[in-house]
Design a binder for this molecule. Sequence first.
Ligand code: ADP
Ligand code: GN1
Ligand code: MG
Length: 360
Amino acid sequence: MSVLPKEVLTLALSHFRLDSKWVSCDSYGCGHINNTQLVVTESGRRYILQKISEQAFKDVPGLMENIQGVTEHLRAKAEDPKNVLTLVPTLDGQCFANDENGYWRVYDFVEDTVCLQAPESDQDFYESAVAFGQFQEQLADFPVEKLHETIVNFHNTPDRYRIFHEVLERDVMGRAKDVQAEIDFVLAREEEAGLAQRMMEAGQLPRRVTHNDTKLNNVLLNAETHKAMCVIDLDTVMPGLSIFDFGDSIRFGAATAAEDEKDLSKMTMSLDRFRTYTRGFLKACPGLTDAEIEMLPAGAKTMTLECGLRFLTDYLDGDHYFAVHREGQNLDRCRTQFKLVQDMEAKWDEMKKIVMEERV
Ligand code: ADP
Ligand code: GN1
Ligand code: MG
């Protein structure tokens, strides 16, 4: 993640209605996309400042309109103000600012919460399932036609393959020769990877308002009780598949090692964690169709394969999309995802059995 000079941050913060003068502004969190800063003001109040990635998001005003609409909708249903992100307006009342350095937004920092990179217990993972499940449930009556598609074809897996083939063909970094095993891995699964997309196009899986980026570090838990508190990172809220929201959570939170772990022997998918998440998600989303429930394991495998494919594509393309902190990090990330896919293939019958046992 590029370090932003102080004058850039000073200008960015000058646009927003903070409660008092800011005293510190430092890089924060583990997101791969936006540049996130923790801001503290004289009064001790904290905010999150984000420079929104224009590499990822081509229509930032549309994206911010989505977030404003979605947070308003959720706020009307929230029990606690901390259950929903709160945007801080600019001096002229807008929900984002645009200056010579890019697009910026500020959120209230959601206090008394934790953001985990891995569940500390089954209960943590269960709570994240409830949070993401409820999120989808609460947005079921959101007017879909109002949503901008912030990244076109975001989870269209066949389209991700199309981009991969183009990038592989160009091979701008000359890296393809060193990753033949990874290339073969994705090519061997190209046909099956498109199943969910084809089912959606055939009307066999419903399009719903989904989050689309449901990893554990996109949900905040109560610091004391570890109960679900707030779903964050709303940039990708769009029409999508419920099985992909389920699947992306499994990919990240049921994994037994970090996303960029180099020792692949540490990386497996925990069936216990898979069961825990399935239980929480099905409870929070009682309206899933039979086809959706049957496709939950495929949602997990597809999201994991697709994510690995995206890391591999970015590695081949020179690491422009996902923030990297060291050489080869995207390749390491790709390898952990493929190891997880392999492990899911080995555990496939058990995954299907768990889903059938947990359905309510
Ligand atoms: P990215 O799209 O880059 O992942 P996120 O919106 O997920 O960006 O923010 C990155 C991290 O910043 C989160 O994982 C979380 O730790 C922290 N964060 C973001 N918004 C808030 C907030 N309102 N309150 C507390 N922490 C936050
Ligand atoms: C990105 O924004 P962040 O870090 O929560 C990415 C997800 C990937 C994830 C992999 C907008 O999520 O799609 O699954 O990295 N977000 C976007 O960790 O591309
Ligand atoms: Mg995030």
